[in-house]
Design a protein around this ligand. Structure first.
Ligand code: SF4
Ligand code: SF4
Length: 134
């Protein structure tokens, strides 16, 4: 999703591109088409493009929204005793592969209560991100 929204009132005058102090806007003319491009990493959110646009085509409010965007949802593994979330099932798989053993779904508290069952340790040279560089 783009935070920089230009609506259909845009007439392609390029005032926004020419007046952006952060060179966060540029354009491309291809065949009979003109495209506006915006770079969020360079944008200072200064509002200059919005102020200068003669068409009122830049919907700057999207850049200023104070909101949390949904990124991803993953399945959780919960402690089989108390239901406390421990990690995601994908992380569990990664961990089991790295440890080469299956893990009981227990939170640190209930794992501690289970006699003789401390958190397993990775073999030397192993990491949950794969083998460590030697
Ligand atoms: S808000 Fe400012 S920095 Fe961002 S594109 Fe518009 S003029 Fe450029
Ligand atoms: S200044 Fe406004 S009308 Fe001109 S190109 Fe930019 S968005 Fe379109």
């Amino acid at each position: 999703m783009s935070y920089f929204v230009v609506n259909e009132k845009c007439n392609g005058c390029l005032s926004c591109v020419e007046n952006c102090p952060a060179t966060a806007l540029r354009f491309e003319d291809t065949g009979n088409g003109r495209s506006l491009l915006h770079n969020m990493a360079q944008c200072a959110r200064c509002g200059q493009c919005w102020r200068i646009c003669p068409q009122g085509a830049i919907e700057f409010q999207h850049l200023m929204q104070n909101q949390w965007d949904h990124v991803i949802t993953l399945d959780l593994v919960r402690c089989k005793v108390c239901g406390e979330p421990i990690y995601t099932s994908d992380f569990n798989e990664t961990l089991q592969e790295a440890l080469n053993e299956s893990l009981d779904a227990l939170c640190p508290k209930h794992r501690k209560n289970k006699a003789g069952a401390p958190w397993p340790r990775l073999a030397p040279g192993k990491s949950i991100h794969g083998d460590k560089a030697q």
